[in-house]
Design a protein around this ligand. Sequence first.
Ligand SMILES: Cc1ncc(COP(=O)(O)O)c(C=O)c1O
Length: 388
Amino acid sequence: MPSLAPRIDTVPASGIRRVFEQAALLRQDGTDVAMLVIGEPDVPVAPHIGEAARRAWSEDRTDYTPNGGIAPLREAIRSKLRRENRIEADLEQIWTTIGATQALFQAMTLTLSPGDEVLVPDPGYTTFTMNAHIIGATPVPYQLTPQQDFEPDLEALEASITERTRAIVVNSPSNPLGSVFGEQTLRDLLALAKRHDLWVISDEVYEYFTYGTRHVSLASLDEDDRVFTAFSLSKTYAMTGVRVGYLVTPKGLGPTMRTTQEAMISCVAEPDQWAAVAAIVGDHSAVQDAREHYRANLEVAKEVLDAAGIRYLDPRGAFYLWIDVSHAAQGDVAEWALAFLHRERVAVAPGSAFGRSGEGWIRVCLAATAADLRRGLGALPAPAHAVV
Ligand SMILES: Cc1ncc(COP(=O)(O)O)c(C=O)c1O
């Protein structure tokens, strides 16, 4: 067998999968596992979205479409961007993608060459790092730590920029942290990107899930066409398996996007695009209900953690809780999460799967039943100093 391209071996494996797969095996054997490990909405997709997809199939709307998506979808996205995100985009800036996953890959492929550096959040969503490796670029982590209130340390960030740095990835609301960057932080990041002439790749897949704060889109603050934004229907409408997202590019990249999109995917499946139109223009009460469900779960979770004196980051967005278990993990939270799964039948994501700054922390998904959250979080060891 010939050898694979050497850089492929540098793509790190997911540190969440190990816990997930072992939890799935336990479940197969009939064990009741509290599944708090995967970032998957636990609410059903709204009926009108499924109906639109079924109608498309039954009317044989199953053809190739324009690379950027069917016109009604791009129009629907354009109105949504104006209304919800304060982004004025022309249709040539809007490209329907196979989830935000492909939008991110597109944006990184367009902006990075082998040997380039890209700044990625640490802890951060693993795909940012994986994509960089696939492209042959080097991911350079910027830390988000409790000492800095989980906001980027702009001085340290600036100091890590070299002449190979080409882009910075920003993810707010954040997976895994659940934090939301304030508008001033976004402005500062944009100013920094401008000073060093960097692209900004903004992942906003959790835009609809914020608690007590407003989501601000980086591209709405962009004055000189440097921001790519990856959006997704996956989390908003609980349709992760349908695979629709979109990339909003800076102006003037239409011809380039048409070519790269053609080579990568040609287009998103047509019935899925009709489902996306229905989702975006249709009734949003299911989104509202989902937000309330996550918020109610958050209250349950906080009550359990507060009672045990366990430290966590109070999330402002997404549907995750970032919890400090360093008192139990002894420097290896990946091993600890596996042992915890087998001992307590509770599956959580080890923080180290999201970068070095995640050591000692776990990510818990709030898209779960309140009962699983109570049992799962109730099984976490309390720190010795906790006064309860
Ligand atoms: C931060 C972030 N970006 C992107 C994605 C991928 O989303 P999609 O299903 O749209 O590909 C996820 C999924 O977990 C995510 O958490």
